[in-house]
Write a protein that binds this ligand. Sequence first.
Ligand SMILES: NC(=O)C1=CN([C@@H]2O[C@H](COP(=O)(O)OP(=O)(O)OC[C@H]3O[C@@H](n4cnc5c(N)ncnc54)[C@H](OP(=O)(O)O)[C@@H]3O)[C@@H](O)[C@H]2O)C=CC1
Ligand SMILES: O=C(O)CCC(=O)C(=O)O
Length: 431
Amino acid sequence: MAATTVYKYKEPAPRVDAENPLESMMSRFNVAAEILGLDEETYEVLKAADKQVIVHIPVTMDNGKVRVFEGYRVIHNTILGPSKGGIRYDKNVHLDEVKALAAWMTWKCAVVDIPYGGAKGGIICEPTSMSAGELERLTRGYTLAMKDVFGPDRDIPAPDMGTGPREMAWLMDEFSKTVGATSPAVVTGKPLVMGGSLGRTEATGRGVMVSALAALKKLNLDPKDVSAAVQGFGNVGSWAAKLLSEKGVKIKCISDVSGAYWNADGIDIDEAVAYKNMHAGRLDGFTGAALMDNADELLTLDVDVLVPAAVEDVITEHNAHQIKAKLIVEGANGPTSASADSIINEKGIMVVPDILANSGGVTVSYFEWVQNRQGFKWSEKMVTERADRIMNDAFEKVYATSQKYNVPMRIAAYVVAIDKVAQTYKFRGGF
Ligand SMILES: NC(=O)C1=CN([C@@H]2O[C@H](COP(=O)(O)OP(=O)(O)OC[C@H]3O[C@@H](n4cnc5c(N)ncnc54)[C@H](OP(=O)(O)O)[C@@H]3O)[C@@H](O)[C@H]2O)C=CC1
Ligand SMILES: O=C(O)CCC(=O)C(=O)O
């Protein structure tokens, strides 16, 4: 008989960031709502999430003991269509963070004009210290717990930090079993062989590159004359760095949890990606650049373009004064806290905000869902041409709105998004 474990209370670990992403999201939402003269009813509807689901998932760990994980799915809004958004596996996942991420999905889908509402999911866990078997049991448990939430016409998850095609495959399989039929359109970001779309893996980083080039053009800067620093070297950061470097941008600094790596002559991004792939997904020990003493200094380096592509609230009122970049392109969701906005604006730094810059991912997720429903695969050329067009159109619309109201691109993106959602409420009615 297995020995009984004696229960001992443990204080939950404190949140690492003191900023609250939900408050940051709301403060921008409030400014945009005022510009639009949003009516009170629509304001009240949009400010709160439609639904929040909290689940506890028991998982038998490899040592035979059962651990219970807390997971969330927040559906922010579905007026534009079924809700859409990734699932995050991270030890710092927090309900307020998931609520902010879900709202950002609503705004993001509206900015790029795709027929989805916004949602986000997350599980408090440390994926890098769990085995594949433990992660599979966790993903299947979460899917079962969310079987009445997910659905191709209801709520369609996708990858986010700490998850990728492998987890999406398990989710698709588990969901399909519960409905008794293979259901590829229930999730996007799947492996190619089982209904994933060509171009989805690189889509978010590609959108970052496309919007960075559009912004550089407005600033009259030639990509071949500019340098950049990219924080985070996961899916978004590594693809953004690779595609920007292919356009001639000199990537002088990259980072992950192991530290920041600097090379004034420019980092060979293909070499860095190959290194990471051979070293358990980490840059630890990479010799193509020098390890910096303080990784946070990446954000204040003397480069032209800054691409935060890791976590929230890394640019705050504490370091915004020291930023030297002329352009910030937000690959991550919520990397800039609202407290930094006025400093950045006073410094005249152009920001391509998260809900525009990283929307290439959900755009190609939408294409994946369309292909699954059509039962027909698109070529990579078709995917990238259509996604690039959507990104460029969205950029121009947000830029024109920023000129019209004389507001920063971030507020302009919220104005575009909230206006679309509010107009849809006017036509649909229902409250
Ligand atoms: N994947 C997607 O399609 C989309 C993602 N996003 C957003 O982009 C961001 C990154 O997501 P994604 O690339 O998918 O996630 P990944 O898990 O693939 O990569 C995250 C990267 O960030 C690094 N990282 C984590 N914390 C820090 C830190 N404090 N400083 C520096 N690096 C850090 C990780 O390092 P390590 O590997 O060493 O842990 C890893 O390199 C998130 O904000 C996500 O919400 C937005 C739109 C779509
Ligand atoms: O691809 C998707 O559906 C959502 C990706 C996502 O979570 C995000 O854009 O933040």
